[in-house]
Each structure stands twice: as C-alpha cells, then as structure tokens.
Design a binder for this molecule. Structure first.
Ligand SMILES: Nc1nc2c(ncn2[C@@H]2O[C@H](COP(=O)(O)OP(=O)(O)OP(=O)(O)O)[C@@H](O)[C@H]2O)c(=O)[nH]1
Ligand SMILES: [Mg+2]
Ligand SMILES: [Zn+2]
Length: 317
C-alpha cells in the first residue's frame, strides 16, 4: 500500500492512503535514506510504501519503502548531538511566521531559515503576524522589514491570525498546494491554521514567562487537509535554526541579492569578506544591500554556529 505521512511522533507514523484511510505505522529496523544522518528517517509529507497486519483488534502498518523526496526542510537538532532533523518533506511552499515581539524574531533567524529554504529550492513567504498588537513604531519596523525582504524578492504579508486580517490572502496562495507554517514557538502558527479552518480547533497557548516566549504547544509536525483544497503542515516552534551541510562557498548563492551581484566581483570565488573589488560589499556601502543580511551572511560563513542561538532570548533558561 502507498500513502502520505500526515503525522510523526518519532515512533509512530500516521499514513493516509489515496482512498482517504488513515493507518498507524511503524518502521522496521534501521532506515537510512540518502546518507542523511537524521533523528527522523521519515518525516511528514513523505510518500511511503507500507504493509498492514492485524494485531488483535488493531490494524498496524509497517513502512518498508520511501519515495525520493522532491525537497525537504532540515535543521540541526537543538541538542548537542549534531544530528539533523527533517521538519517536513515534499513541500510546495513555506510560510515563515515572524513576530516583532511576543516572541521576538531576529533577522539572523529569518536569514538562516531563508537560506536553507533556498538551498532546498522551497519558495518561502514571510508572514508578519500579530499586526493587531503592535504600536505605531512597531508597525513602522514591520514595514521596514517587509520592504527589505521584498527587495530581496520575497513575498511579505502583514497578517493577524487573531483578527483575520489578510488571512484570505494567505488562503489564496495556499489553494492546490502543500504548505508548511514555520516560526518560533508562540508566533501563531496553530492560531493561523485555526483561522483558516476553525473546526480543526488546534491547541494554542498564550505567551508567558519573563521573556514572553511561546510554550511549545505543538509538539509534532502534522499535516491537515483543508476544505478549500489545500494541505497545511503545522510544526512545533523552533528556536535557533542551524544550517546543515552548506559549504562556505555556496552560502552566498542562497542570498538571492548577493547571488545576483556575484558576477561583478573581481574574483569568481569571492566570499564577499575581505576580497578587493567585491560587488556585494560595494552594494553594501551604497546601501543597496541590507546590513542585517550581510551580518547574517558573515555569521554563517565564518561558522559562528555556536552563537546562532545566543541572540535569541530564551537560550539561557
Ligand atoms: N494579538 C495576537 N495574538 C496572536 C495572533 N496570532 C496568535 N496569537 C496568540 O499567540 C499565542 C501563541 O499562538 P500559537 O498559535 O499557540 O503559536 P504557535 O506558533 O502555534 O506556537 P507553538 O505551537 O508553541 O510552536 C496565542 O495566545 C495566540 O492567541 C495574532 O495575530 N494577534
Ligand atoms: Mg502551535
Ligand atoms: Zn564579492
């Protein structure tokens, strides 16, 4: 039998067949794919082959095969094991939910996420959520950020999952596609799913604590079929976003505005650091490239991996 993975808890996988039947499946033995060292060999969105057997009253499936992935989104696990975690596979697009505060989303996080999505060829849209809750100054900052990322080429929408503002625009972009919501815990991913399809009634929790963080309410990625002909994967909040397997030389290619300029650098292997006649640095001086983007890039190239989480409040818990 063939099906799509809708949920994974690490030990159990919920698989939906073409006929719309759901089966609880396990995987047998070790399952290694394409040499990826991952905490989860199979992820939500994977197309799998499985067989079922009757165990007493229960029908239980065993997954024995997996189709090649069109793409996937992967990050380093938060623990120190250096293992990677595949968040989801076979996506048409990702919506990254960004909040200015409650919780704070820093540009380094946005940039790391975007670069990874570029590396795996997944179109990403930035949703600046909670616009109902911001002061005039904060709204101006949102506008500034949206303009910055629009200039790079990303679609940016200010939304409110709570009031429903611009939720219809998100809906329009989702029709006929498989999308994923990503972002920090508390950014409003599950609230947005509920706004799109109220009957799902997913659990959401208020921000709390000294640093006004999310409470990690969603614990497993899960896909849902929506009535308007779309599929959405709600995911658990992520803190830092560790990039995986990127060579220094290729990171600049995942910053679209740098990539465009690369041909004008004096050296064709220019890393845009200290090289003379670098078109990226010139554009930076002329304010045609954003400093925040360049700073994120330098951090990624110089491999300050250990620091990538430090600029996010909730590290020193
Ligand atoms: N003011 C306001 N609050 C919002 C908005 N969207 C979500 N929230 C609130 O933010 C809190 C967190 O929302 P969730 O939907 O649980 O966040 P999440 O991203 O799913 O978080 P995790 O599951 O922990 O990753 C809840 O109290 C929501 O009501 C919004 O547009 N405006
Ligand atoms: Mg959630
Ligand atoms: Zn250069």
């Amino acid at each position: 039998m063939k099906g799509t993975v809708y949920k994974s808890t690490g030990s159990w996988y919920t698989v939906k067949t073409q006929d719309g039947e759901f089966y609880e499946c396990r995987i047998k033995g070790k399952f290694r794919i394409q040499g990826i060292k991952s905490t989860n060999p199979i992820a939500v969105g994977d197309e799998v082959a499985f067989k079922i057997e009757q165990l007493g009253d229960d029908t239980v499936g065993t997954i024995y095969g997996i189709d090649d992935r069109k793409n996937y989104i992967i990050r380093k696990s938060v623990n120190l094991s250096k293992q990677t975690h595949i968040i989801a596979a076979n996506l048409d697009q990702v919506f990254l939910l960004v909040t200015l505060n409650n919780p704070t989303t820093y540009t380094i996080f946005i940039d790391r996420f975007l670069a990874t999505a570029e590396a795996y060829d997944i179109p990403t849209v930035l949703l600046f959520n909670k616009v109902d809750s911001y002061t005039i100054e904060e709204l101006a900052e949102i506008k500034y950020l949206a303009e910055l990322y629009r200039n790079v080429g990303y679609t940016c929408i200010g939304i409110s999952a709570k009031s429903g503002k611009n939720v219809d625009k998100v809906k329009e972009m989702m029709v006929g596609k498989t999308s994923m919501f990503a972002g920090h815990s508390g950014a409003g991913k599950s609230t947005l799913v509920n706004a799109l399809e109220p009957k799902l009634n997913l659990k959401t929790t208020e921000i709390s604590g000294q640093h006004l963080q999310g409470q990690h309410t969603t614990t497993f990625a899960e896909m849902f079929d929506l009535d308007f002909g779309a599929r959405i994967i709600d995911t658990p909040g992520i803190k830092g976003f560790g990039i995986v397997d990127m060579e220094k030389e290729e990171i600049g290619d995942y910053f679209p505005e740098f990539f465009k300029l690369k041909g004008n650098c004096k050296f064709n292997n220019c890393l845009h650091l200290d090289e003379p006649k670098c078109a990226v640095k010139e554009a930076l001086e002329n304010e045609e490239v954003a400093w925040s983007r360049y700073r994120s890039y330098v951090q990624m190239v110089t491999g300050e991996e250990e620091n990538y989480r430090v600029d996010i409040h909730d590290v020193k818990k």
